[in-house]
Each structure stands twice: as structure tokens, then as C-alpha cells.
Write a protein that binds this ligand. Sequence first.
Ligand code: SF4
Ligand code: FES
Length: 367
Amino acid sequence: MTAPTAGPAVGPPLGMLAELTHRCPLQCGYCSNPVELLKANRELDTQAWLDTFEQAADLGILQVHLSGGEPTLRKDLERLIACLDARGVYTNLITAAVTLTRDRLEAFAEAGLAHAQVSFQGACAETTERVGHYKNAHQKKRQAAAWIRELGLPLTVNAPIHKLNIHEVPDFVALALELGAERLEIANVQYYGWAYLNRAALLPDYDAVMRQVDYVEKTREELTGVLNIDFVTPDYYADYPKPCMGGWAADAFMITPDGTVLPCHAAQTITSLAFHRVGEKPLREIWENSEAFNRFRGFDWMPEPCRSCERKEIDFGGCRCQAFAMTGDAAATDPTCIKSPHHAALRDLPPEEPIRRRVVGRQSAST
Ligand code: SF4
Ligand code: FES
């Protein structure tokens, strides 16, 4: 076990992502879950999640994103929402929405759910089924979105973008407007875990990305006051990295289905770091004092060129997980930065293969 270390002054976290399960009816080839998925028997039980949420509320958390896998596969989700609501914590359900019923959604709303986010793998039925490998998925998602609006819950449409659906970006805008969504998240896939494995098949070409950027910037302005469009940019084609997580362990953390507490969803890919589980240590101690959380806080850990760069307070040196995946050194400058010596390697894609898709407990190949 690693000893606690003194680090920079640490404020309270604001947000938490609770990955309640890795089980999921969809099999997307860019899933943000780890490549080694946890089976149901490794999941925290209801009481352990309730204890964790109480600790998170004591720590100052203001909002919790309930995610997975598919979080609605947890039969105790209503209880978990009610616990957070009783502590005044804002809850956001992140769902693929293909197994939802109106009764279940009503139970979530009664328990105090504040917001729902429904992912669409395509803007039309054919693409949604092709990417998520689930029959009638598009129609089921549309129905769930309609129920969410009927119940008076704010709705976000989440659109993960990659080579197979980048041409549908205008149709995603039309879909979000038709469904009465408050917000559309056009989220270019980030290449970690499953998406990194499948990057040759998923990474769109440069021209398609530039057309998308122009369209989103123009449409965002046109729809001001009608639809909020969040845009997660494709950093493989950018000159500078994104400020991943707003900085390592700055104001948010996540918890995996078995209770491992992480500074970001891909942190376990950094094999040089050790992480604690809830139950082993109080959440406050993990947040404030654990070696892994303090490792990349602040600016002192930065090597050159980040250390003396004028952008270090804008992007915090980029993404530690991306740096580790591409260079083997989590402290390296994110290779998406033009100042990184590894920047040119971003274009070295492996040969394109059939997309490997996630199935809990095993991997499978698919075209
Ligand atoms: Fe950001 Fe570091 Fe690149 Fe500067 S050198 S832009 S801080 S990643
Ligand atoms: Fe881990 Fe960016 S995903 S730091």
C-alpha cells in the first residue's frame, strides 16, 4: 500500500461519475469502459453505493453522473437516486435507453432524478443499430426521450462522433430539436481503451473533421437560445490538447463498478499508478492525500516543454492517459500538442481491422 503524500492545496470536488455497472445491452466499439470489463459479481452492492454517496456528499460533491455500462440495469437505481436527492445532490442519468420503460423512468423522476442524457449512436435507425448492435435501438431511444420530456425532465442528446457517423452531424441537430432536447453533446470519440484499439476504423479523415467543425460553429450560433450545443473536439487533428478533466484531480473524480476511485475514467490504463477502493480508505483521504490523485495536481510535475509553456494553465499539459497510451510515460506532454516530440506519431495508425466491440467478460470481432 502506498503512503499518503503531501501535495498542492486541494479544494473540494464538485462532480462525480458513478459507473454503477459495466453491463450494457449495446456493444459500441468506442466504449469508454476499460477493455477488461467487470462482471456483475464484482459490482458494489446497494449499501456500499449508499455509503459512498453519503461520503461524497460530506466531501462537498454537487452533482453525480449515474453511468455505466447501462446504469438502469441496476435494480436499486431508484434508491441510489433518492439517497443523493435527499442530500441535495444534482443527479444526471446517462443511459443508452434501450431497456427503459415509462414506469421505470417515472420511478426515477419520483426519486428525485434531475436530468437525463440519452446516447444516440446514429441520427437514423440504420446507423444506430449498426454501431450499437441492438435491434430497434433507435426507435426505443426516441420513445424513451419522449417519455423523459413528458415527465418534465431536462434532456440531453449525446452523439458520440467517429468515421461511421460524422456525416450525420446535421441530422443529429435536427433529431435533438425534434425530441425537444435542451442540449446536444456532439462528442468526438476520445481514443482510449476500446476506441484506441479500434482507432484505425473509427478515426475520421481530416477533411470530414474540418467540415464538422465549420458546421458546428455556425449552427451553434444560429441556435443560441434554442439548443445548447456542446462540442467535444477531435484532438487528434488539433494543434493543442484539450484540458482533460479540467486538470488531473482538480474538481471531479469517478468510481468504477467495484468501487475503485479514479481521477478520470481511463486512469486505470496508467499502470504505473495504484488506486484505492472505497471501503479500503475514506473517500476524503483518497481525494486529498492519495499518491495517485496528487501525482499530476498543480504544475510542479510538468516536464518541458509544458513547464515553461504559456498554455499550461489553459490545458494543464493535456491528457495523462493519452500521454501514457502513446509514449508509455504518463508525465509526458500530451502527443496531441504540436510541441510534443511524439506529435507526428499520431498519424501512424495500425492497419484497419474489423471493429472489436465490448461484451462483458469477453471481446468479440465484428464488421
Ligand atoms: Fe499544453 Fe504542454 Fe503543449 Fe504547452 S507544451 S500547449 S502546456 S501540452
Ligand atoms: Fe485520464 Fe485524460 S482521460 S487524464
